[in-house]
Ligand binder design. Structure first.
Ligand SMILES: Cc1cc2nc3c(=O)[nH]c(=O)nc-3n(C[C@H](O)[C@H](O)[C@H](O)COP(=O)(O)OP(=O)(O)OC[C@H]3O[C@@H](n4cnc5c(N)ncnc54)[C@H](O)[C@@H]3O)c2cc1C
Length: 380
């Protein structure tokens, strides 16, 4: 693995860092407090190529690769975790369509996602009664002449209120076929029969839109089928492998913000006549935070490097996601502790970072699911 960034990767990292520092960061506290969907920021990210970093240029993407995507995610998440999760999902949707779509699907949807014409693209896999075990999904799609008709419900769909396109998984064979009877469809936002529900009131990433979807006789054309009939589950698993690199990068960005603010605070805040940074207990916390962040960084970069070089990366993406998300929670918890009573207030960002970090151990596969994936490969 080459740890030296190439020119493209440096360029993407710098562009993301500059935009995150100048534009995103100053709005983050307000986005969280008002639960505002950061539409303008997403448009700005699209203009920089950051909503389709690993989508080929001929489809409107930046074509800058997986490592560039991971670096950009880290920078945006450092500034605003709400924005970062939507950036991650938009990238995942664009990349998945670019990889598995027909020529017509790729040409129709990828440029709209990349350019920001679609404020969001959504990934609709989870259901009210099937999250960790998507093979247990109940949403169905049945063929009716030249159409497919989708019925059922999806839950926790990031960006669903604003999505121009949804990748939707539905059962096309009876439930006993489990994961083998699931197909995938591209459903445009605003299609009759697709109802977007009320936004969830969440602990963190409050600027990110998370909604349930209802499909009530939602009719889509035959060519909305995405990938092979009954081959949808594989697409979900492959997309999630890549998505986990996005979430480990998000966790890393949040943790970096928490550490930077803890360092600054500990140099300013005095107790027992000295800055608290001079107390060894604080120094050891800062050392542990930095160590965990470095480890998370290396694990994330390894997964990104493997994917970029077309090697197997599923296990490494799970390891990176598991470690980075749990490290982020520990780091942000320590940041609150270092800030003392002020850390428990909205006056400082430490509490927001802890709330934002918490979800990274849950979505795109919980920590328990990552451990199951990793254990399977360990045991062979
Ligand atoms: C803010 C947010 C945004 C999201 N965005 C999206 C999105 O855009 N698209 C989408 O499709 N989904 C999305 N999700 C859904 C997310 O991926 C699921 O919440 C997650 O996969 C867990 O599923 P669940 O909530 O149904 O929990 P459950 O599957 O009910 O799990 C409950 C608990 O049981 C544990 N568990 C389950 N099975 C096992 C097992 N075999 N062994 C050990 N422990 C187990 C889990 O780890 C968890 O701790 C989002 C979720 C959130 C909170």
């Amino acid at each position: 693995m080459d740890l030296e960034l190439n020119e493209t990767q440096k360029l993407v990292q710098n562009a993301a860092r500059d935009f995150a520092t100048r534009v995103v960061g100053p709005q983050a506290a307000e986005i969280d407090a008002t639960e505002r969907f950061p539409r303008d920021i997403l448009r700005g990210l699209a203009e920089l190529g950051l909503t389709a970093v690993n989508v080929p240029p001929e489809l409107g993407g930046a074509g800058a690769g997986v490592i560039s995507f991971a670096l950009a995610m880290q920078e945006v998440a450092r500034a605003c975790a709400s924005t970062a999760v939507m950036m991650s999902v938009a990238n995942m949707v664009g990349e998945t369509i670019a990889k598995f779509g027909t020529e017509a699907q790729r040409r129709l949807y990828c440029p709209k996602l990349a350019s920001g014409e679609y404020p969001m693209g959504s990934f609709a896999l989870s259901e009210p009664d099937a999250g960790s075990d998507p093979g247990g999904m109940r949403t169905t799609a049945r063929r009716d002449g030249e159409s497919w008709v989708i019925d059922g419900a999806k839950q926790w769909i990031t960006g669903g209120t604003y999505a121009g396109i949804f990748i939707v998984w539905a059962r096309t064979l009876p439930p006993e076929t489990s994961a083998k009877g699931i197909s995938c469809f591209l459903v445009e936002g605003g299609t009759p029969g697709l109802k977007v529900g009320r936004r969830e009131d969440k602990l963190g990433i409050r600027g990110s839109d998370t909604v349930p979807l209802e499909f009530d006789g939602c009719r889509v054309p035959a060519d909305a089928l995405f990938g092979q009939e009954n081959g949808g589950f594989k697409i979900a698993m492959m997309a999630l492998d890549g998505g986990r690199i996005g979430i480990s990068s998000q966790a890393l960005g949040i943790a970096r913000a928490a550490l930077a603010e803890s360092i600054a605070y500990s140099k300013e805040r005095r107790a027992f006549d000295v800055p608290i940074a001079q107390h060894q207990a604080i120094q050891f916390k800062l050392a542990d935070m930095q160590t965990q962040i470095d480890a998370a960084h290396l694990l994330s970069m390894r997964a990104a490097w493997l994917k970029e070089n077309h090697m197997a990366f599923s296990r490494e993406a799970s390891i990176a996601k598991l470690f980075a998300s749990e490290a982020a929670v520990r780091v942000c918890n320590d940041a609150v502790q270092i800030h003392g009573g002020y850390g428990y207030t909205r006056e400082f960002a430490a509490e927001r970072h802890l709330r934002d970090a918490r979800v990274t151990t849950i979505y795109e596969g919980t920590s328990e699911i990552q451990r199951m994936v990793i254990a399977r490969t360990v045991l062979g």
